[in-house]
Write a protein that binds this ligand. Structure first.
Ligand SMILES: O=C[C@H](O)COP(=O)(O)O
Ligand SMILES: CC(=O)C(=O)O
Length: 209
């Protein structure tokens, strides 16, 4: 299966929490209209799994977020997710994802967790919550002893720091929720979601190292 850096290279990955699975097609379309064609639909609400199922066949790359258990890995695989993201590192979640041919991106917050991830054969991880862990300084620090590791920072990424993150050679993608805020989705403001997405894409154009 493709590595996370192959699947998500240069991407802005919106972290989506949906209360109503029925809005998933409009949401994915709005993100795509703004130039964002990779979407992480989380399992934080009961709507998450149905949402994944409803858009898995679209032209965007659809992944599952907040995947915490082996059973959830199996459910999102069945729903058609292309990738799996977790807030933390769980060996069984990673192994099952790999067995099912899913790109998997576990969260890590310490060098110890990163070493555990490397032991499974992964070379890419999510740094979560990136801002609380020191942001770019933390990525610089980890890149010393772990030079081949790719990071996707998540947590506190915003238009104010996204360019700096993606400009670091070890950062292959960034993730955040600023363009998919729950209130925007709740009031169906897909134009604003598309506008914020286009703004993010424009901001990051040329930022990759
Ligand atoms: O749950 C958090 C996600 O990683 C995104 O973080 P954010 O809401 O700070 O952008
Ligand atoms: C935060 C995160 O990584 C997740 O919900 O999957």
């Amino acid at each position: 299966m493709p590595s996370a850096r192959e699947t998500l290279s240069g991407s802005i990955v919106p972290v989506v929490v949906l209360d109503d699975a029925g809005v998933a097609p409009d949401l994915v379309a709005a993100l795509a209209a703004g130039g964002i064609d990779t979407v992480e639909l989380t399992l934080r609400t009961p709507a998450g799994l149905d949402a994944i199922r409803s858009v898995a066949g679209s032209s965007s790359v659809i992944g599952a977020g907040t995947v915490l258990t082996v059973r959830q890995v199996e459910e999102v695989a069945d729903a058609g997710a292309a990738f799996v993201v977790s807030p933390g590192f769980d060996d069984e979640v990673v192994q099952r994802s790999l067995e099912l041919g899913l790109t998997v991106l576990p969260g890590i917050a310490t060098p110890t967790e990163l070493q555990r991830a490397l032991k499974t054969g992964l070379r890419d991880v999510k740094l979560f919550p990136a801002d609380r862990l020191g942001g770019l300084d933390m990525i610089r620090a980890l890149s010393g002893p772990f030079p081949g590791v790719g990071f996707m920072p998540s947590g506190g990424v915003s238009p104010a720091n996204a360019r700096d993150y993606l400009g670091h050679p070890s950062v292959f993608a960034i993730s955040g929720s600023w363009m998919v805020q729950r209130d925007l989705i709740a009031r169906g403001d897909f134009d604003e979601i598309a506008r914020l997405s286009a703004e993010a894409v424009a901001l990051l154009a040329g930022a990759e190292a």
